[in-house]
Design a protein around this ligand. Structure first.
Ligand code: ATP
Ligand code: MG
Length: 509
């Protein structure tokens, strides 16, 4: 495929500016660039979601145009989006075959459909990761992503584009996905791969195309470009010094959890002090997100105590958590973190309304002043704070969620995968900000699947598996090996079978 002189503008933003690029069969081409650089927009043009303002596409020398996704689909193009669209009330097979359900006499043949889906999941090694009985609303982020991937593969593919597909996958699932991508590449499929993870690009891709502010900066074979060169092309400026955590003196305990049990958890004990950054590590499914939701009042504990500054608290709803000074930035920003049809301003100020109200009226000037401060601190790429959050790029949406909690300055701040989808430059800035917040005495919990992030940020690390805390490591003790060992502690002791059974039980509630 040849992309020639493609441009696309939105009100007040040039998303793509005269991009020309060729995509070859049998190669994996990486798209890299900062949040808002135009990567997803280019994919949407290939997929017929957007039409370019200028420029042309051609396949095999023949000019093509895709007025809608259906026409792109017919040409063999599949795009797997950053935020998969899942129908909550239908099961996995129907979610995968949505729009093309095999029918007989007008009725969907459910048994056949299920067999079909099960067979293809088994073929790609995903059958245990994605049980076919689950309904759309029960799927984890990783499972939603897999549904999207299975959708793409159900008929013949010539171009496969994946937009940050690994951001919610475990290392093992990533390995399977990469094996699958290489298999498709070897079969002659042209694969486009969008990711912020440099080491993935090195491992997976043949060439890398770097975008900045909608312009194509360079296209090069991956073997001929260093990681540092990629980064400097992406950001177009010198990056600040690498992040350094400045550990503070231990202060008083802010949050303590004693013998907590819930549908997901058994006997959880931990504490966190003012000014501390505490990492929670573990494999996907270890119960970290659920623990955060128990603390924030989304889920109930069945027994045990939560103490805030020494006082037992009973938090039954997120509202109560917020008024008691607990903030939570969830991992799934689109479903749980944001109101997509509202502005950046409203999304960022929603948790500080009590502070900025006078006589039941929101003080708009103050609201704008506070939000603008954090929006610029986090370098959110948006034409204005009035922009609908749904129109921002994925990484910039995540920054808005963070801006909200930075504005609140809670006593305890819980961040679930805070830098998912965030570019390298902005990551360093977010780490520095968390550092600053900790210095101001906020107790910060960071749940992260990115090992360098957990190791780099945390003063202490708790590791979880199967709803239990399997160990605690100080900053000095923590290494990747030790964290992994604790994350799989039960498999190592009780044997994989027992753990698998427990995992199945845990999936129940
Ligand atoms: N529908 C839209 N309406 C208005 N602006 C848009 C729309 N879609 C994208 N944009 C803007 O176009 C620019 C490019 O966005 P795009 O989603 O392509 O970025 P990206 O490179 O995928 O970033 P990220 O790494 O954060 O996903 C951004 O400034 C974004 O706000
Ligand atoms: Mg994007």
């Amino acid at each position: 495929m040849e992309i020639r002189h493609v441009s696309k503008a939105f009100p007040n933003v040039v998303a793509l500016d005269d991009v020309s690029l060729e995509i070859r069969p049998g190669e994996v081409l990486a798209f890299m660039g900062e949040n808002g650089a135009g990567k997803s927009t280019l994919l949407k043009i290939l997929n017929g979601d957007y039409r370019p303002d200028k420029g042309t596409l051609s396949i095999g020398g023949r000019e093509v145009s895709f007025p809608n996704p259906y026409s792109a689909h017919k040409a063999g193009i599949r795009v797997i989006y950053q935020e998969p669209e899942i129908i909550p009330w239908v099961d996995v097979p129907e979610n995968i075959w949505v729009g093309e359900l095999p029918k007989r006499l007008g009725f969907v043949n459910r048994r056949k459909l299920r067999q079909l889906v099960q067979a293809s999941l088994a073929e790609y090694g995903f059958e245990h990761v994605l049980p076919v009985d689950l309904m759309g609303h029960e799927l984890s982020s990783a499972q939603r992503q897999l549904v999207e991937i299975m959708r793409a593969l159900k008929s013949e593919v010539r171009f496969l584009a994946l937009d940050e597909p690994t951001s919610s996958l475990t290392d093992e699932e990533v390995d399977r996905l990469f094996a699958l991508i290489h298999r498709l590449r070897d079969a002659g499929v042209a694969v486009i791969y969008v990711s912020h993870r440099l080491h993935e690009i090195k491992r997976l891709c043949d060439r890398v195309a770097i975008l900045r502010d909608g312009k194509l900066i360079t296209v090069q074979p991956v073997s001929e470009i260093s990681e540092n060169e990629i980064v400097s092309h992406m950001v177009g400026r010198e990056l600040k010094d690498v992040f350094r955590r400045t550990s503070a003196e231990p202060r008083e305990t802010v949050l303590e959890v004693r013998n907590l049990n819930s549908a997901w958890h058994r006997d959880i004990n931990f504490h966190i002090r003012a000014g501390e950054i505490v990492g929670f590590s573990g494999l996907v499914g270890a119960g970290r997100t659920e623990l955060a939701k128990v603390l924030f009042g989304v889920y109930r504990k069945t027994s045990g105590q939560i103490l805030l500054e020494g006082q037992p608290v009973n938090i039954r709803r997120p509202y109560e958590a917020i008024t008691k000074g607990i903030g939570f930035a969830p991992e799934d920003r689109k479903r749980e973190g944001l109101i997509l049809i509202r502005s950046v301003l409203e999304n960022a100020s929603v948790a500080i309304l009590r502070q900025i109200c006078r006589l039941h009226f929101i003080r708009r000037g103050l609201e704008r002043q506070i939000v603008t401060q954090f929006v610029s601190k986090l370098r959110v790429a948006t034409p204005s704070v009035e922009q609908h959050v749904g129109k921002l790029s994925g990484g910039n949406q995540q920054k808005v969620v963070l801006a909200r909690w930075l504005a609140v300055k809670p006593r305890v701040l819980i961040l679930d995968e805070p830098t998912r989808g965030i570019d390298v430059g902005a990551k360093a800035e977010i780490y520095a900000l968390l550092n600053e917040l900790a210095e101001q005495g906020i107790a910060i919990i960071v749940i992260s699947s990115e090992m360098p992030e957990v190791l780099g940020l945390s003063d202490r690390i708790y590791v979880m598996q199967n709803g239990r805390i399997t160990g605690e490591l100080s900053r000095a003790e923590a290494t990747e090996e030790k964290v992994l060992e604790l994350a799989m502690a039960e498999n190592l002791s009780a044997g994989a079978q027992g753990a698998a059974r427990e995992q199945a039980e845990l999936a129940e509630p």
